[in-house]
Design a protein around this ligand. Sequence first.
Ligand SMILES: Nc1ncnc2c1ncn2[C@@H]1O[C@H](COP(=O)(O)OP(=O)(O)O)[C@@H](O)[C@H]1O
Ligand SMILES: [Mg+2]
Length: 612
Amino acid sequence: MLAGLVLLEALSILLFAILLINRQAHEVHQRARLRLAHQASSMALQASEALRQQRPGWVGLSVTMMAETPGVARAMVTDAAGNVLFASAGEPEEMILDRAERAQIPLKAAKEAKVFDFGGNRMESVDAIYTGADLRGYAWVETDRAWDYEQLNTIERGTVMFGIIWICASTLLVLLMARAISRPLAILHRGTRALMDAPDNGSNFPLPVTVRNEFGDLIEAFNRMVASIKEQRSGLNDTLSLLDSMLANAPIGLAFFDRRCRFVRVNSVFAGMTGVPLSRHLGRTLPELLPEPVAQELEDTVQRVFLAEEPIRDVELSGKGGLLNLPWTWLVSAYPVRTKPDEVRWAGVIVLDTSERKRSEEALRRTEKLAATGRLAASIAHEINNPLEAVTNLLFLLRNFCSLDGPALDYATMAEHEVRRISEITQQTLRFYRQSTLPARASMSELLDSILNLYHVRLNTLGIAMERKYDPNMDLYCFAGEVRQVIANLVGNAIDAMPGGGRLIVRARQSRHWRDEEMAGVRLTIADTGTGMSDEVRARIFEAFFTTKDVTGTGLGLWVSHEIILKHRALVHVRSRAASKGGASGTVFQLFFPDNQDLTGQGRKVAATASA
Ligand SMILES: Nc1ncnc2c1ncn2[C@@H]1O[C@H](COP(=O)(O)OP(=O)(O)O)[C@@H](O)[C@H]1O
Ligand SMILES: [Mg+2]
């Protein structure tokens, strides 16, 4: 822009100079014409005066004098016929008028001197010499154009000098302006460009502040703005990275839907659940990717979120699929995503694959039954063992009875043989039941966590609030699998007692034996705000097959648990208040597991108390 300014100025100066020079040239020309006319008429006057006074010699003098005048190249006087009488240079006789000069002669009657151009750059003036009315001749004066041009050249030189000085001065001014305005502007321009092209590249900033004026302030303000944008952007990027990593690494399926129930975003876990590549989800609807009726159920959930603009929790969906065509269950929660307070733009869906948990719950239930069956078989075997021993002894005596005849002896031997088989079977059954893993140190918190996580879904679905309080570094020397089963039984019973919701409290802490201060161990409390038990029920809970749950109960859970408690030389204490008694109902099971016990030996009954 500034270069353009300089160019414009140079052009206008050039134009101005041309105009000025032209004007001057014109004026010089005009002046020369006037001067020439004047010189010719004054020479004609002098000549006519000289002729009138009969002094022709003065005419020659006048010619010579005229020729000496600055700006005159040649002067001469001719007679009326054009013959040269006097000339400033050369001999008059040798001189003749040339054609251009001769062409002027018919105009001799003119009152004034006549100026004319002839040949090249030459200009000449002619005036008639009269004495009275007689035309005596002509006075000719030729100008010295070089002298005129000298003047013109001086003007030209002056103009050019002026132009050069003017251009230099304005260029200097422009340079100063450039330093003060255009450089900072150019820096700003480059900075803006760089910011637009590569917003994350901070190498160009801060921009250099080269001047101390309003433009310098502008650059400083720009630098501050860029720094603040950068800070905001970095904060935003951090948040986005956090969210992205959460989305990518959360062990739950996450998906977002727009109002037309099309996928907007999903994470890899969700893609893993649907079995469709991640990239194929975007823009598709649920029925395009998932089998019915799951697609419809999920779509209904999403639509309900958009309609109610409220979250929906714990919807259980199930089906069969995958490589092994195994049954699966999903626990789905959906919630509205608002971009403005009054506008739900997307629906977020969280999917928890609870198939494994379901299977574990099932397995737990089966283990409980199996353990109970084992224990039942063992106690039957145990009970059979004593009479069996008596029968074996009696058969032995019978066989050795002397009055026995042959066939009777055979029968007795056969009976003895069969009885021995029965005995073997019972022995085997007992051995099988007693065989279990060796005791070891187990983390109490892991044990509790694993059980409570297993019941998580049931707790949520029933609206039971859980309160857990235990030291994560606490451990216990025990048969972990069996202790686990006891806890699972107690928690399961507590949940069964709260079908309409309530509170479940699970606590564990290092403690001492209730009666023996020397004995350290772990005290475990499992309490609920459920239906509670009447005294009659509480008195029988450890009995086999005692249940108040009709079809769903086995009545074996606490019976097996009691056995395990005895095996660990642990204590159990039950307090319960039935709903029928009025006031707050609920049950508290307290257990004390002594630590560092010799558990390899046969368990002996320490204590099992039940009190109101
Ligand atoms: N926390 C509890 N609240 C109320 N009743 C309980 C609780 N725990 C156990 N019971 C009672 O003890 C009975 C026996 O429990 P259990 O041996 O586990 O068998 P099941 O659970 O199969 O009924 C239950 O049927 C129930 O009546
Ligand atoms: Mg039970």
